[in-house]
Design a protein around this ligand. Structure first.
Ligand code: ZN
Ligand code: ZN
Ligand code: ZN
Length: 359
């Protein structure tokens, strides 16, 4: 919060306003639900931070880490206007930053309550802070990675011909929770031709012998940190062409991991995998960026895309997940979450990268 305050002052904002979501949880530890009523953390550039909450949520707020911060919790009755209350508490403000995920309805009501105040996005000042993880956060990501690795270790027992993607997905959802997550964020079980769509989730498609299966799964841990990992399976022999292409992807993902370290640009990590896939005729089928940052959100800064000059630093966490997608036929992706150390990377995911062929 001190860093956000400093950044707000440096960028000339009178206050930063944050509603429920990962920014609020990151800054205060309060995992409030986003509802129609206004809950709003206000971090003034001058003066102490406070949070405005509906009266019925004061107890929940006080039961959260907010209490330890000693921050004033200002309750609003149902008949009071919480937006007017925020405006009152920010006299003389001319410029504020609102969190990037604030609902449009709230942004507009704040505007109506403070017509003279210009609104800007707070992402530009919060993201650089969230992107640089401290030891405690890296440890949280390590635990999330280990939890999703334990799920992947059990996937071979769930995949067999005759089951639908949805049935397998349901079993995986149970494992995501039983291995330590509090929520399932996404489950992709993409068999056969469905694997050619990177964001296919699950369907009633019945897995057949010879199908490669993309399993990309993730959840949120009790402390709010997320997991995300893709491994590849095949139910029976997927055929020589697939195996040959898989080897190319295996090397491409490895090459990206090998160049990743502090001081290297995000674009160079992307280029490592992309060049390798290109050289083997699979470049055209690699239709997405190589990765995304991860923390209290599955997708956050930094983004690992073609030409991105952004230089990585120790403490940055992101995915390395190249793939190839052959429409109507099959697809593949290999994904690890890694964190930049002082001189290289540490992988949060440690299941083998080889294609797991299930007989
Ligand atoms: Zn994605
Ligand atoms: Zn993923
Ligand atoms: Zn990912």
């Amino acid at each position: 919060m001190t860093k956000v305050k400093g950044a707000a002052t440096a960028q000339g904002f009178d206050a930063v306003l944050v509603t429920p979501g990962s920014d609020l949880r990151y800054l205060t530890g309060y995992a409030a639900k986003a509802l129609e009523r206004l809950t709003c953390l206000v971090i003034p550039a001058q003066g102490d931070a406070f949070i405005v909450v509906p009266n019925l949520e004061v107890l929940a707020a006080m039961a959260s880490p907010i209490a330890e911060l000693g921050m004033p919790v200002i309750g609003c009755d149902e008949h009071q206007d919480p937006y007017a209350r925020v405006a009152e508490l920010l006299p003389g403000a001319v410029s504020i930053a609102v969190d990037d995920h604030m609902w449009a309805s709230k942004v507009l009501r704040l505007k109506a309550a403070m017509p003279q105040v210009t609104q800007h996005l707070a992402g530009g000042l919060i993201e650089p802070i969230r992107m640089r993880k401290d030891a405690r956060e890296i440890d949280a990501l390590r635990r999330a990675g280990a939890a999703i690795d334990r799920v992947h270790a059990q996937v071979p027992g769930l995949l067999r011909a005759g089951r639908t993607e949805r049935e397998v997905g349901r079993d995986i959802a149970e494992l995501i929770i039983s291995e330590g997550h509090v929520s399932v964020d996404f489950i992709i079980v993409a068999a056969g031709a469905n694997g050619a769509s990177p964001h296919h989730e699950v369907s009633d498609y019945v897995i057949a012998v010879g199908d490669p299966v993309v399993v990309d799964i993730g959840g949120t841990m009790p402390d709010g940190y997320c997991s995300d990992c893709t491994r590849m399976y095949a139910v029976g022999d997927p055929g020589q062409e697939y195996l040959t292409k898989y080897d190319v992807l295996f090397d491409a993902q490895k090459q990206s991991r090998e160049v990743a370290r502090p001081g290297v640009s995000a674009g160079r990590i992307d280029a490592a995998a992309r060049t390798h896939l290109d050289q083997h005729g699979l470049g055209e089928q690699f239709i997405h960026r190589t990765g995304h940052g991860i923390g209290m959100e599955t997708h956050e800064e930094p983004y690992i895309f073609q030409g991105n000059p952004f230089l990585l630093e120790a403490g940055m966490a992101f995915s390395i997940e190249p793939g190839f997608y052959d429409e109507g036929r099959f697809g593949a992706r290999i994904e690890d979450i890694v964190v930049c150390t002082e001189d290289g990377i540490e992988s949060m995911n440690n299941q083998p990268h080889e294609l797991v062929v299930i007989d």
